[in-house]
Design a protein around this ligand. Sequence first.
Ligand code: DX5
Ligand code: ZN
Length: 236
Amino acid sequence: MTQTPSKYDSSEILISPSILAADFANLTSELRSIESADLIHVDVMDGHFVPNLTIGPPVIKAIKKIATRPLDVHLMIESPETYLEHYIDAGADILGVHVEACPHLHGTLGEIRKIGTEKNRVVRSCAVLNPATPAESLEYALDEADQILVMTVNPGFGGQSFIEAMLPKIEKIRGWIESRGLDIDLEVDGGVTQDNIALAASAGANLFVAGTAIFAKDDRKLAIEDLRAAARKADR
Ligand code: DX5
Ligand code: ZN
């Protein structure tokens, strides 16, 4: 039932609902309600790297059993390199590590791909930037990244406001992807709504995480379609 991530066309608009905003007591029906999305965004927080605690491998394993979309796992934890295999075994199809938590980013991204290959899986590596971290901090590691996530809030909590000052960073990274012909999805996460998704899409993002903007709505399918339509309408 589960799918491995295909090689996406980076011009494709992809929506990744963040289940942080879902009702955790009813995860099965919550996951059913977002089956029209492209991915499922799973936020892992350790209470150290960010001031909040969420879920770990056992819950991800349970989600994986019923998920019909690939899992886009966002690790907001210290020393992520220690836990890569745990999250890949739990079912991550995309595994994101924060640049600020990785002294050996290039190696850690490569390790994500390698562990996947060793297990006969395709696991996409993702480098994540906090708002305060410049794009240049990951430029040297672009060849090991399948995805780059630009945080548009300070990570830790859902329901915060989109920081528009991140748009030039998105533009810069999109410029690198295009000028170097890289196969990298550019993701934004935090405060994405129907009103600002076009700004991020115009700046060059093609993969959009949304928690509150989807789960606070009764009709999740419509919320996903509205986000997709607004992003597609953007000047890209
Ligand atoms: C924040 C998380 C986000 C968050 C997004 O630390 O990484 O994925 O759940 O939620 P919204 O869309 O409500 O900002
Ligand atoms: Zn996230």
